[in-house]
Ligand binder design. Structure first.
Ligand SMILES: C[C@@]1(CC(=O)O)c2cc3[nH]c(cc4nc(cc5[nH]c(cc(n2)[C@H]1CCC(=O)O)[C@@](C)(CC(=O)O)[C@@H]5CCC(=O)O)C(CC(=O)O)=C4CCC(=O)O)c(CCC(=O)O)c3CC(=O)O
Ligand SMILES: NC(=O)C1=CN([C@@H]2O[C@H](COP(=O)(O)OP(=O)(O)OC[C@H]3O[C@@H](n4cnc5c(N)ncnc54)[C@H](O)[C@@H]3O)[C@@H](O)[C@H]2O)C=CC1
Length: 209
């Protein structure tokens, strides 16, 4: 069995985080931007989680976890520093819930890759549990290779593609342009602007909405 990566939309979904330590904090940071409704269940939490709770970014139930805390959860992260607690949570999770078990990935069905974004570009790395430290190293290399300038470049690619969809050129011409904008020429802002202006001034295709 091999885990496959998916991009997941958690907007408005109920996410339960069991435990309030360093690992829980890392998962919460990854989840904050997702629009999920986050509830932390733990007798204590780190300072950073405490601040997030004060700011209203997460709910906090200051208690040890019990089975009743897990109903209706779409995703459960269990990151208590007690193997048995994490096993209990994994066993009591609703049948269709996604479950990430921080102390034993194989007793869950969901793993968090290490990831970062450059605008719309998302890069994630996983070794499927072989070596989280190798993952961290590879991520660091990728962060240097795909530096912040990629954000603007990927925005440019997005805008071009949206404009092309409106113009509705014959498929081969559209592919040619999509290929062409991958050339290093378009790392330069001025060239991007020329392409965008040209695309923006092309008439819309017949059946464009
Ligand atoms: C499945 C997964 C995540 C999940 O979905 O929960 C997972 C699982 C486990 N990690 C464990 C241990 C450690 N994890 C780290 C560090 C990181 N772990 C991360 C990801 C992942 N860890 C996912 C797989 C990713 C992959 O395979 O590529 C990183 C990359 C990202 C992040 O966590 O945000 C982050 C680096 C962040 C950075 O530095 O940038 C360190 C080192 C440290 O702390 O410095 C140690 C101690 C050393 C060691 O054990 O190697 C244990 C044993 C727990 C126990 O012994 O009780 C398990 C459980 C198991 O193996 O089953
Ligand atoms: N996935 C990963 O990347 C890593 C996972 N781990 C695993 O994650 C576990 C947690 O690591 P840390 O966050 O560093 O530990 P930590 O000790 O900083 O935090 C553990 C938290 O769990 C809470 N907790 C304990 N019993 C609980 C219960 N019955 N109900 C609710 N909350 C409870 C504690 O109050 C504390 O807030 C480790 O024991 C280890 O197995 C460790 C390192 C990396």
């Amino acid at each position: 069995m091999t885990a496959i990566p998916l991009m997941i939309d958690l907007d408005g979904k109920r996410v339960i985080v069991v435990g309030g330590g360093a690992v829980a904090e890392r998962r919460i940071r990854a989840l904050l931007e997702s629009g999920a409704h986050l509830t932390v269940i733990s007798p204590d939490v780190t300072e950073a989680i405490y601040t997030l709770w004060q700011e209203g970014a997460v709910d906090w139930r200051q208690k040890r976890v019990s089975g009743g805390d897990l109903s209706d959860a779409f995703l459960i992260v269990t990151a208590a520093n007690d193997l048995e607690v994490n096993q209990f949570v994994a066993a009591r999770a609703p049948a269709n819930a996604l479950i990430n078990n921080a102390s034993d990935a194989e007793r869950g069905n969901t793993q968090f890759p290490s990831f970062f974004n450059r605008g719309r570009l998302s890069l994630s790395v996983s070794t499927n549990g072989a070596s989280p430290m190798l993952t961290a190293n590879i991520k660091r290399d990728l962060e240097a290779q795909f530096d912040k300038r990629w954000t603007g470049y990927v925005d440019f690619l997005y805008e071009c593609r949206q404009l092309l969809k409106r113009i509705r050129l014959p498929e081969n011409e559209q592919r040619l342009i999509l290929q062409q904008i991958l050339s290093e020429n378009y790392y330069h802002h001025a060239n991007r602007q020329i392409m965008l202006n040209w695309l923006a001034n092309e008439p819309e295709g017949e059946d464009a909405q």
